[in-house]
Design a protein around this ligand. Structure first.
Ligand SMILES: [Zn+2]
Length: 211
């Protein structure tokens, strides 16, 4: 429970229907909780985040511009908080699931690069199942409906399609973005989610040469 009574002041009413475009969507004031090691752990709400702040369990590393007021105190809403005591995360692997495939592929068709609404995403077996293609990280990619039809049961060569990235098992935890169904997490989270992708994962890959 929050130790103090806090409210988010807004001009006018309907606080709950207000959206800070691009920053806050769907859920009110989501806060990214990081491990001591800066690894994203989960998304919590701002009340929970402030409770952790006041309890001395976390430090605030990023803030929203919006403030919360109590009788005696004004604080900016935390956007990213970091645990002061390391939590050991169980399990090393990322769960193989459709949602995590989408997250790995940045919700983009891996053949044409189109980013349809999430509800219109599908996935494709690069080597068709009928040709013995496995259902795993390296043979499944996010796909738009058009490319999925074009690919059908054909091999990559037969289909004339090209992969934009060669799929591999991710080393990150995609839980954070998928938890909110967020395609675009708040801007202030970017630096802390960035380690998931890009050069870091290539580094990780090149430090483990294929056997
Ligand atoms: Zn496509």
């Amino acid at each position: 429970m929050c130790p103090v009574s806090l409210t988010v002041p807004e001009a006018g009413s309907s606080t709950h229907h207000r959206h800070d475009r691009g920053e806050i969507s769907r859920h009110m004031e989501p806060v990214l909780l990081l491990n001591t090691s800066f690894e994203p752990l989960r998304v919590i709400n701002w009340k929970r985040a402030l409770t952790l702040v006041f309890a001395g369990k976390v430090e605030v590393v990023e803030e929203y511009t919006r403030e919360v007021h109590s009788v005696s105190l004004v604080v900016r809403l935390p956007a990213v908080v970091r645990l002061l005591t390391l939590i050991r995360v169980r399990g090393s692997g990322v769960k193989f699931s459709r949602q995590n495939i989408y997250a790995r592929d940045n919700y983009e068709c891996q053949y044409c690069g189109y980013q349809p609404p999430v509800s219109e995403l599908t996935y494709d077996h690069i080597i068709p199942r009928a040709h013995g293609g496995p259902t795993d990280w390296t043979n499944i990619v996010t796909c738009c409906i058009t490319c999925n039809r074009r690919k059908g049961g054909k091999s990559l060569e037969q289909s004339g399609l090209r992969l934009r990235h060669s799929p591999k098992k991710p080393t990150w935890q995609p839980y954070v973005t998928t938890a909110l169904g967020m395609r675009n997490p708040p801007e202030s989270w970017r630096d802390y989610l960035a380690w998931h992708a890009g050069p870091k994962s290539e580094e990780a890959f090149s430090s483990h040469p294929p056997s």
